[in-house]
Design a binder for this molecule. Sequence first.
Ligand code: SF4
Length: 438
Amino acid sequence: MKFIIENFGCQMNDHDMDKMGSVLIDHGHVAGKDVDEADAVIVNTCCIREKAEQKFYSLMGRLQHLRRKKGTILGVTGCIAEQEKENIFERLPFIDFALGPSNIHRVAEALENAAGGGRTSAFGDNTCSPSLLIRPHNTRRGIKGYVTIMKGCNNFCSYCVVPYVRGREESRRSEDVLAEVREMAGRGIVEVTLLGQNVNSYNNGNEDLSFPELLSGIDAIPGISRLRFVTSHPKDISPELIACFGTLGTLCESIHLPFQSGSDRILSLMNRGYTSSGYLHKVEALKEQCPGIAFTADCIVGFPGEQDSDFEATMRLMETVRFDGVFSFIYSARRFTTAANLPGRVPPAIAHERLSRFQKRQRAITLDSNRAMEGSRVEVLVEGQSKNSPDELSGRTRSGKIVNFRGNPGLVYKLVEVDIIKGYANSLRGELRDTPGR
Ligand code: SF4
């Protein structure tokens, strides 16, 4: 069967989409390009923000027409499936299967069951979480590889639905992770990103390698030039992890460190487990260990009870860190979460005004940071030809910034040195210096 997977959400969801694609291909199905021509459409969902959920239901409305017209098989996987469980069939009676994030390994079985007229649903945790163990084919990203090292979360931030839909923390055995990275290196992967809801608490309480020890193990694998991880919880960044940024040559000079708010009162209501000064202390320690490290983050504005003074604290924290980029959102109440019952809803007009002020200032900081790179020489991993011009190549610096420059397509997937000549709002322009050294 020809299938399409539509995806919403984070890098974890991207990776789950790759895993499902691999399972389906292993069962003889073929990835299609066009929803209208597909025999089956699988929608991999995210319910972290209300907007993503609204987009999902609007997509399902459109897919319902396809179902009526052509009998296209429709499946829903991921967080919304888990959140709704069997109720999803009442809300979307035309779908054939629903699988929670821990059950995506059953996607081929569900598809084949649907072809025979059957309906499949699977939710909840599996004791051995086979979905954690699926290794996706290296079909989409050439020399970049993604490895899930853990799933779930024990933190229960008051606004977040993840612990309810992705379950409690569960880490993969380090020897399996290391074997997977070794195998990737053997296939020519040079950049590895470790994925988990809170990678800093990898193997917390287990008699196995800690997260910094796992990073050291991967750093020693020949062929891996770049190592990244996402996502980190500020409270769990240990001195050992900070030290890794000064000692491990493959660990890239960038970190995604969600701060969510600069107000201690709001951080406490969010149940984040740190204060703004604690956060800044860790940022300083990281800068000391790794001068020039790029920080990105997530931030929520308009959390229940947020006053002007709280928002000003958020603006101050942003100014102090000078992030390279921030994913910022207006708070939206999610089912099951304790924040959904908090008093003090911020009126939408005020929340929008705060978000727009925040984003305007952050855009200016990002531009300053990109301009500050003019005149520097950086290592770029060439990811492909530019979408805008066949003579142009596009890649990323170790700090995660996009660089466009003129170059031969033969350099795609190589590490090259580039002089930065111009910094823009979202990217850098460079000039190629030499041919790949590694
Ligand atoms: S750390 Fe908090 S925000 Fe992140 S996944 Fe866990 S509960 Fe959600």
